[in-house]
Design a protein around this ligand. Sequence first.
Ligand code: GLA
Length: 353
Amino acid sequence: MTIWRAPGRINLVGEHTDYNDGFVLPFALAVGCTATVTDGHDGWSVRSVQEEEPVVVRRSGRAHAPDVPDWSRYVLGALWLLADRGVDVPPLRIRVDSDVPTGAGLSSSAALVCSVVRAVDDHLGLGLDDDALLVLARAVENDVVGAPTGGMDQLVSLRGVEGHALFCDMRDTTTRAVPFEPAGDGLSLVVVDTQAPHRHSDGAYGVRRRGCEEAARQLGVRALRDVGVDDLDAALGRLGSEEMRRYVRHVVTENARVLETVELLEAGRLSDIGPLLTASHASMRDDFRITVPEVDRTAESLLSLGALGARMTGGGFGGCVIALMPAESSEAMVAEFPAAFVATAERGAHRLG
Ligand code: GLA
């Protein structure tokens, strides 16, 4: 029996920059998914503590994968992909149990996929290295489930470091752990789940992604990561549409905000990052246009209640708002908002047994 746990995440800053080969600064949460893998007799059998029915399929590659409930594709995806790569995956039983709320933008899907990928790799002794684990986890979401996500969620779920945010360069997926312990500065990172329904989120995510790729093409760069803040005005002048100018302005300034936040955290100036978080929210609201009124209102009320900075976190169109608060007011905050909690940076995927 092999048991691994992988966490959900909060992104401190750096939104919609990952698929532009840019920078992100997420951290792993205490909530996560636990995957238990044992030898099976026949086929692959998958059970989720959160779902009524188990799913049992014959062993196969993706071409012969049967139609199965959506949640189980996140689990079986890794097995289908391994089979496609010529791995003789034996009969297995996989049980998953997650306490990451779904639909809140805390990456419940990355927690699920990463816990399974790590547990299966370990159980079968495949010896996949860090890069191969990330590639496999991303392929489950991108190629099997069909979600065109950018890789940040899986990267931090696999490699998060306790007490640190993970500065990730999404061009080469190198990471650096950056100290992030608000309590040490008398602060708390409060997370408020707005519970705003995710409206049109899938389609709108793809629209942004394609828009950014088209802008990079028009600017003749490999990805928007290659446009620096100093080149921004010149780049904007070369773009054909106002929509594209807004996308580029968001991505370029957001990359710069990640770098500035990292610099402040590494200089021990955590209490100074607030304005960067608030500026990130404004950029997502006005330029990238991925917030919704409930989210904007929540960010504003957190600021009026004394937050040093507040922003939506995650893909957008609903989900959670984070706020950096003086620790003494965070309790009142958690009481004020029904679905709020104080988040701390925890470790990434780890073996439990
Ligand atoms: C979702 C995706 C990530 C990233 C964020 C936006 O969480 O899964 O890859 O693109 O949105 O920063």
